[in-house]
Design a binder for this molecule. Structure first.
Ligand code: FO1
Length: 323
């Protein structure tokens, strides 16, 4: 295989919701649609008000279709909340906010699943309907649910995250259904066919967004067969999480809140870490784990920032292929 062959093929991006979706958008703007395959965490999925909610899939799909509310990072922009207001008047469960337009996504997903379609088929159908050209795949068609262990007992992920605003102390996580779940067959087919050139772990929460994906039976092993590098972008910058509870979780799990600690979490799997300029002083520590380090701007404020970070990932892919 020539170095050119090794950098050809698709980049598989493993992603959670808001932070990951930003980098996914960068890839979608940098590469041809068939140059990127997005694998979305589905361990945040849950059933609520009789609906199948898939927050990370929807965040990625709304982001790629330009429909996401950029301030919140999730849900639709220009959303209206008539349903929630009516539900509140009826004394219904209102801790999880479902906008009127967003509601259509959950109703239609639930209808298609009940009619026998797989989550992959539903996700593809709804993505195409919203004009997406990049393929977004659920990590699995089988149900996996994150359970957060807290001193007050186990909490389903969205109860911890949204209802309780991440306030309870985290003692650990378990992923119900993970051991029985199969990785998405399309992911495995692409890996088996040698169509994946490299793997990028988006700057998503390592514990609740990426670990469930990498914990799917056989997937981690299959990703070791990819010819190019496995790259992770640190979600921790300057001792804080760019978004979400990753930093709080690290503290509560007794880890330093650093990019180096994220690298240690991925050690043995990841070949290269991309860290922010603010964390440059950690580069040698990370290199001592046997990883390559790229120091760049990882905070993505504009579309150009998203594209530039995707380009940094691609430069690493090419550098590895040239060896
Ligand atoms: N996050 C919130 O903080 N509050 C909400 O009420 C909320 C509603 C919601 C509805 C649909 C959806 O797709 C996502 C939603 N999110 C909400 C975000 C979601 O809980 C998180 O982004 C992820 O699960 C963590 O990655």
């Amino acid at each position: 295989m020539t170095s050119d062959d090794r950098s050809k093929g698709m980049v598989m991006v493993l992603s959670g919701g808001v932070g990951g979706a930003k980098l996914v958008l960068g890839f979608a703007n940098l590469l041809e649609p068939d140059g990127v395959l997005v694998v979305a965490n589905t361990a945040d999925d849950f059933h609520h008000l009789g609906l199948h909610i898939a927050p990370d899939i929807d965040t990625i799909v709304y982001t790629l279709s330009g429909k996401v509310d950029r301030d919140r990072g999730w849900g639709l922009k220009d959303e209206t909340w008539t349903f929630m207001d009516a539900l509140a008047r009826l004394g219904g469960e209102i801790w999880f906010n479902l906008g009127d337009g967003d509601l259509a996504m959950h109703v239609e997903r639930t209808r298609r699943l009940a009619a026998g379609a797989s989550l992959t088929e539903v996700t593809t159908g709804l993505s195409v309907a919203l004009g997406l050209r990049v393929r977004v795949l659920p990590m699995s068609d089988d149900p996996v649910s994150t359970i957060v262990s807290t001193p007050g007992g186990p909490l389903a992920f969205q109860h911890y995250f949204v209802r309780d605003r991440c306030a309870p102390r985290v003692d650990g996580f378990c992923f119900r259904g993970l051991e029985q779940a199969q990785p998405n067959p399309i992911i495995m087919q692409n890996l088996d066919a040698g169509r994946i050139a490299a793997v990028v772990i988006a700057p998503s929460n390592p514990f609740v967004s990426i670990d469930p994906i990498l914990g799917l039976p056989g997937l981690r092993e299959a990703l070791f067969g990819v010819p190019g590098p496995r790259i992770a972008v640190s979600p921790i910058v300057g001792g804080a999480a760019i978004k979400g509870p990753a930093a709080k979780m690290m503290e509560e799990l007794g880890m330093p809140v650093t990019a180096a600690a994220v690298a240690r979490h991925y050690a043995g799997f990841v070949d290269a870490m991309i860290i922010d300029r603010l964390d440059e002083d950690q580069a040698d520590d990370i290199r001592s784990l046997g990883m390559e380090v790229v120091v760049t701007q990882t905070v993505m404020r504009s579309l150009n920032d998203r594209k530039a970070l995707a380009a940094d990932c691609m430069a690493l892919v090419k550098a590895f292929a040239g060896r």
